[in-house]
Design a protein around this ligand. Structure first.
Ligand SMILES: [Zn+2]
Ligand SMILES: [Zn+2]
Length: 124
């Protein structure tokens, strides 16, 4: 009896993008507007993705109906993110701090803050 290997290497760009988000999702950073900085797990650099233009500055230039893995990863990050009421950057929902309604200066004005904003406002 031989074991059948089912280990699947990500084959399509979409699968590679999902894998990239799984591995490096925490490092994907919102820049502004539709722009995201997506790390390259392989070379240690990062690529700039513009989701509105569906563009990426990597060397992978897929055909029209495909996007590179960085755009896929940024799309997932975008879907899982919410805008910080402070700096207006999008951060993963689980990293947002809820501002208590009775907060002396921010209560009622601001709902959610990213970690750095929460720290600077004394919320976290
Ligand atoms: Zn790319
Ligand atoms: Zn913020």
């Amino acid at each position: 009896m031989s074991k059948v290997s089912v280990a699947s290497r990500p084959s399509t760009r979409q699968e590679r993008g999902i894998a990239l988000f799984r591995e490096c999702g925490e490092e994907i950073e919102h820049v502004e507007g539709g722009r995201w900085r997506v790390p390259s797990c392989s070379c240690g650099g990062a690529y700039l993705v513009d989701l509105r233009a569906e563009s990426c500055d990597c060397l992978d230039q897929p055909s029209e109906d495909e996007v590179c893995k960085h755009i896929t990863a940024a799309t997932i990050a975008h879907a899982k993110s919410e805008e910080c009421s402070g700096c207006r950057k999008k951060v993963l929902r689980r990293h947002l701090c809820i501002v208590p309604k009775d907060h002396p200066t921010l209560g009622g004005l601001v709902d959610e803050l990213c970690k750095p904003c929460a720290v600077s406002q004394g919320v976290a």
